[in-house]
Design a binder for this molecule. Structure first.
Ligand SMILES: Cc1cc2nc3c(=O)[nH]c(=O)nc-3n(C[C@H](O)[C@H](O)[C@H](O)COP(=O)(O)OP(=O)(O)OC[C@H]3O[C@@H](n4cnc5c(N)ncnc54)[C@H](O)[C@@H]3O)c2cc1C
Length: 342
């Protein structure tokens, strides 16, 4: 019989569990129910009381490695914490969020335990055993993996499961003691870009994609890059959407053409770019060409604004296409959103 351990960690508030951790909890609950297996949840953080109470209704055995030394992500402390949780739980299947914090340590933990790991898991199925699904070759080939080796660690991609939300209660947590050597890494603080500059937001409900049209000559014969930048940043500020881009637009900087300074190749969506997962996507000033649309595979509701009634989006690649001037539409949408906020 399998023993399923879900490894979780707190978010940047230091108290609540990260959304990706809560998604892993859902995956663990579903798997444990299906296999009638034991469910254990391990929590890593400085103070895990709030996080544990939020898991009270799971009915799982709760383990924690806590204390100031586990407040910050650090290889030595996180790897030791995860290893200890796996050993105490005697886990055969370990599910963990594919967050920056756990992705860094999970392979090392699997090695220490003599187990195996698979990453980028998007679904867990199987009637009798455990079958993990992941995509290869830029989301074109889907594989279903099963393994006899135990423990088997599975890192789950974010956005593939609903985040667990249950009644808060007074949870019983078993503390797992971890002896750490004197740390050689100290975290002195976090230097992060301003919230407005953080344009890639994997947890956002909407993906807003900009195409090369924003920097093309408009009907008045002029380019309006400054206005485009204001409209795009205004939309992101008002909606909290994540920013994606076509390859053509992010490539323009290297070609010496007018650019939107906040766009980098990290924003690029497509065959050679990212494959984000958001409930909705709105593409603007983009033609909807195949290599770009490859990245839209997991977007639920796809919409586009393009001047061209014959663009790729209108040829079956979007659910709704507005054949309109994106400068006018986004200016109006921003105005309505401002009015709603006021
Ligand atoms: C091997 C290979 C891999 C590739 N990988 C990728 C990839 O990963 N990602 C990617 O994005 N591309 C990729 N491409 C490039 C891709 O094929 C397209 O060339 C690119 O995505 C087109 O970008 P675009 O739609 O922004 O620009 P354009 O094709 O120039 O289209 C601009 C659009 O904006 C519209 N427009 C202009 N002004 C306005 C306005 N005011 N309002 C509304 N609409 C307006 C125009 O009508 C036009 O449809 C790849 C290509 C190859 C060959």
């Amino acid at each position: 019989m399998e023993t399923i351990l879900v490894l979780t960690h707190v978010d940047e508030t230091g108290a609540a569990l990260s959304k990706a951790s809560l998604e892993a909890v859902t995956a663990g609950k579903e798997l444990a129910t299906r296999l009638a297996a034991t469910l254990v949840i391990g929590i890593v953080g400085a103070d895990v009381t709030t996080a544990a109470n939020a898991l009270a209704s799971t009915g799982a055995r709760l383990l924690a490695v806590s204390g100031e030394r586990f407040a910050q992500p650090r290889y030595a402390s996180d790897a030791a914490a995860c290893e200890a949780l796996c050993r105490v739980a005697q886990a055969t299947i370990v599910l963990a969020p594919g967050s920056a914090r756990f992705t860094r340590v999970a392979a090392g933990v699997a090695h220490r335990l003599g187990g195996l790991i698979d990453t980028h898991i998007t679904a867990i199925g199987g009637a009798e055993g455990v079958e993990a699904t992941r995509w290869f070759y830029r989301q074109r080939v889907e594989a279903v993996l099963s393994r006899d080796a135990r423990p088997w660690l599975l890192l789950l991609d974010a956005g593939t499961h609903a985040a667990f939300a249950g009644e808060t209660g007074a949870a019983q947590v078993e503390q797992v003691a971890v002896e750490l050597p004197e740390p050689r890494t100290t975290v002195s603080g976090i230097r992060a870009p301003m919230q407005d500059a953080q344009t890639i937001r994997p947890d956002a409900k909407m993906l807003f994609v900009t195409g090369a049209g924003w920097t093309k000559k408009q009907p008045d014969g002029q380019i309006h890059v400054g206005e485009a930048a204001d409209l795009i940043l205004g939309f992101l500020r008002l909606t909290g959407a994540s920013l994606g881009s076509s390859k053509s637009l992010v490539d323009q900087g290297g070609d010496g053409q007018p650019v939107l300074p906040f766009l980098t190749h990290l924003n690029q969506v497509g065959q050679t770019g990212a494959t984000p997962r958001h409930a909705k996507g709105l593409s603007t000033c983009c033609h909807g060409e195949e290599p770009h649309v490859v990245g839209w595979r997991f977007i639920g509701d796809r919409r586009a604004i393009s001047l061209d009634p014959n663009c790729g989006w209108t040829r079956g690649k979007a659910d709704v296409v507005y054949v309109a001037d994106a400068f006018t539409v986004i200016a109006k949408v921003n105005e309505l959103l401002e009015a709603k906020k006021a």
